[in-house]
Write a protein that binds this ligand. Structure first.
Ligand code: GTQ
Ligand code: FE2
Length: 340
């Protein structure tokens, strides 16, 4: 009998068929089992490494001077879908223009005087500013100031790699011309919009969210109860639709107030955190991760997690997650851990 089945399976295989009983779908799990693990990157190590990179890695060697928060439980990337990088651009440097399928965001950590040029608009950026370069937008960076600039890059390139849909085009012009007036997008794609300009319904416009505004918003909502699992949360919304930052990622600022402790939950989206201010502890699964300014960490999907601000000052975290992907596919689920 067993021999007959084996022979049958061989026959199926020879014709490019597979029986469902041949373990096609592997072990069936009753709930998500992530294949990658939490990870914590120390800011001290990251910035020391980047200082070295500034000495030994020129833009002739590397198109962008970038160090990845590599999750060693993955071949590449920070989570299954997203990657968090640190980029350094030294005074006088130009990072040449290109565009790619991967959507990207920048969160500026250090310095001022650099310009990010996206789709013909030049954005002057400073610490705490947040800029999007949505999928397939031309982007180059130039540091004509006297200060080294460092920012976080968040990209959905691991997801693009999974989907194998990457297009990637170096700009034949090397640098793109600035064709839009200063402040163009802010003035036309916020609450006031020219009626004749047609908008892309999937990709948001490239947009710059200034830290001053973020800080103001934080102070306006800082006394409210906030979210029981994340504290105070501000999302960098698509200015046209109010939807997520990019179709593939939601970026947010979280604030945990003095000694605030959140409740425990889990969800089918994975989240990457970078500590912008303050210090605290995040429990992921059964492990505690003590973090401080400059650190990054990742919470894979379906891991229980909770946060605690262990200091008297507010803790502010820059956060990105793939929740929009899960929501668009109908895969988003969330559940609270019953209090013990
Ligand atoms: O600045 O264009 O961190 O293309 C990775 C890929 C930054 C960029 C990254 C990129 C860029
Ligand atoms: Fe890029």
């Amino acid at each position: 009998m067993a021999d007959a089945l084996k022979a049958f399976e061989a026959e199926l295989e020879s014709k490019n068929f597979k029986g469902y009983w041949q373990n096609v779908q592997g072990d069936v799990n009753r709930e998500p089992v992530p294949s990658f693990e939490p990870c914590h990157w120390k800011g001290k190590d990251l910035f020391a490494a980047m200082e070295k990179a500034g000495d030994v890695v020129g833009l002739d060697v590397s198109f962008r001077r970038v160090i990845q928060m590599w999750n060693p439980s993955l071949k590449n990337g920070t989570s299954r879908t997203l990657v968090l990088n640190l980029q350094l651009l030294k005074p006088g440097e130009d990072a040449l223009s290109h565009r790619h399928m991967a959507g990207a965001i920048r969160f500026i950590l250090k310095g001022h005087g650099t310009r990010l040029i996206v789709e013909g608009e030049s954005f002057e950026i400073g610490e705490g500013d947040f800029v999007t370069t949505p999928s397939w937008t031309w982007h180059d960076h130039e540091n004509h100031g006297g200060q080294a600039m460092m920012w976080l890059d968040g990209l959905d390139s691991p997801l693009v790699r999974l989907l194998e849909t990457d297009f990637h085009e170096p700009d034949p012009r090397r640098k793109q011309p600035v064709t839009k007036p200063e402040g163009y997008t802010l003035a036309t794609m916020g609450a006031l919009r020219p009626s004749w300009v047609r908008q892309n319904s999937i990709q948001p416009p490239a947009f710059c969210y200034k830290w001053d505004d973020t800080e103001k918003a934080l102070s306006k909502v800082g006394e409210q109860p906030g979210d029981p699992y994340d504290g105070i949360v501000l999302e960098y919304a698509n200015p046209l639709t109010g939807g997520p930052t990019l179709p593939t990622m939601s970026c947010q600022i979280h604030m945990l107030r003095s000694n605030e402790k959140t409740k425990t939950h889990r969800h089918t989206s994975s989240t990457i955190y970078h500590v912008w201010k303050g210090s605290g502890v995040t429990t992921i699964g059964d492990k505690r991760y003590e973090w401080e300014k400059g650190d990054s960490f990742v919470v894979p999907l379906w891991y229980h997690h909770r946060h605690e601000n262990t200091s008297k000052d507010p803790a502010v975290l820059f956060v990105m997650s793939d929740k929009p992907v899960m929501e668009a596919l109908g895969h988003y689920r969330e559940d609270a851990k019953p209090e013990s």
